[in-house]
Ligand binder design. Structure first.
Ligand SMILES: Nc1ncnc2c1ncn2[C@@H]1O[C@H](COP(=O)(O)OP(=O)(O)OP(=O)(O)O)[C@@H](O)[C@H]1O
Length: 375
């Protein structure tokens, strides 16, 4: 699959821009702050309905504008598919697929498969568990878009269960009598266990499949310095990892933890509290790995995601934001070898010489608000 055209209206720094791309490598060149990452971020948003840089949509809309539009023409198996997203902060996104409106924006997930590596990915190694959960869930959805619905159902249940626990907690704290009714908590436990087990089973299967790809990618990126290993860390006993066992385990854990949840007014059990453990040799990467090792690990996680999708028969778009400036000459060449065969590779850089000659495909010059083909 590859992106043939990207159009943006009032997205980030762009009032209106259109970029015609092709399969193979495209290098987006320009000084710092001119809007190179904004272009990749827009594509990433089409792929995940999320920004890799911000948690809310408001910064994605050009300052002073009310809404942003991303239009993206994708070519997959020789067929063209147009995806259009309108982002209005505080409201649900409006989406079109092939010019027809879709009921929910998440129906566009799967139209564009993309793996984006960006400097922010260092947080995958050094940041909170939420970063690693998002990495897993985005990949889960890229492999099987139905998981977008599973995740949304699970998030809704946690939110409603939390609201119930919180209301009871506040009622108790203020000595009130209203709002302290927890009689529906059992029903919410059942919902949480059902949706949670489905999400958990998906993540466990994913981590199993991903492990060898992470080890291989780290080895390639860091040239044999230590072995990278990943493991899923769950708050419940996962057993064989099948849905029925996980549902039971979650129900049991919810029953065991009921009193502390009621005491604290929040849901403490479930996949929304889990983590992906990253190790280098025998040590955890977080807290132990050097800057360079952490950076290589983050890159390896993205390259592994790319390789796994390819092994599934999905050829995603690969985007590398500002990656070559961080690497010495040897590592640059090795990375170029690893990614050079991508169906579509998008690379950003401030200094064109940082990008190995073997990757010099189409070149685009980015300057404030404009993108110009330069070769
Ligand atoms: N909502 C917005 N409205 C207007 N301008 C914005 C908005 N969000 C970001 N910008 C501008 O976009 C620019 C940053 O663009 P981007 O991050 O794409 O730069 P870049 O070319 O990738 O830079 P670098 O090489 O430093 O990574 C900044 O000048 C910022 O002020």
């Amino acid at each position: 699959m590859y992106v043939q055209r990207l159009e943006l209206v009032d997205f980030r720094s762009y009032e209106s821009v259109a970029v015609d791309l092709s399969a193979g490598t495209s290098v987006l060149v320009g000084p710092n702050g001119v809007g190179k990452t904004n272009l990749l971020e827009a594509l990433g948003y089409v792929a995940t309905l999320d920004s890799h840089r911000v948690a809310t949509d408001a910064p994605l809309v050009r300052a002073g504008a009310a809404a942003a539009v991303i239009r993206c023409l994708i070519v997959h198996d020789g067929r063209e598919l147009l995806v259009e997203l309108e982002i209005v902060p505080g409201k649900a996104n409006r989406a079109r697929l092939g010019r027809s409106p879709v009921r929910r924006a998440r129906d566009v997930l799967g139209a564009l498969r993309m793996v984006l590596f960006a400097p922010e990915d260092l947080e995958l190694v050094r940041g909170d568990p939420a970063e690693r959960r998002r990495y897993l869930d985005d990949l889960l959805v890229a492999r099987q878009p139905r998981y977008a619905g599973v995740r949304a159902d699970y998030d809704r249940v946690v939110k409603q269960r939390n609201a119930l626990l919180r209301t009871a907690y506040l009622a108790r704290k203020t000595g009130g009598t209203r709002g302290g009714d927890l009689s529906t908590l059992d029903v919410w436990d059942t919902h949480l266990a059902r949706h949670g087990a489905e999400l958990l089973a998906g993540r466990l299967e994913l981590v199993n499949a991903l492990g060898p790809f992470v080890a291989k990618a780290y080895d390639a990126v860091a040239a044999g310095k230590g072995a990278a290993g990943i493991a899923y860390r769950s708050g419940v006993e996962v057993g064989a990892g099948d849905r029925a066992t996980l549902e039971e385990a979650l129900l049991e854990a919810l029953a065991d933890g009921r009193s502390s949840e009621v005491d604290r007014g929040v849901t403490l059990t479930g996949p929304h509290r889990d983590d992906l453990t990253l190790t280098l040799g025998t040590l955890p990467a977080k807290g132990y790995a050097s800057h360079g090792e952490s950076w290589s690990y983050a890159l390896a996680l993205r390259l592994a995601a790319y390789d796994l999708l390819r092994a599934d028969g999905i050829e995603p778009v690969l985007a590398l934001d500002d990656v070559f400036a961080e690497l010495d000459a040897g590592r640059r060449e090795r990375l170029a070898e690893l990614v050079g065969g991508a169906k579509q590779l998008l690379v950003t850089c401030a200094v064109p010489e940082d990008v190995p000659a073997s990757l010099r495909g189409a070149r685009f010059e980015v300057s404030e608000g404009t993108v110009r083909r330069a070769d």
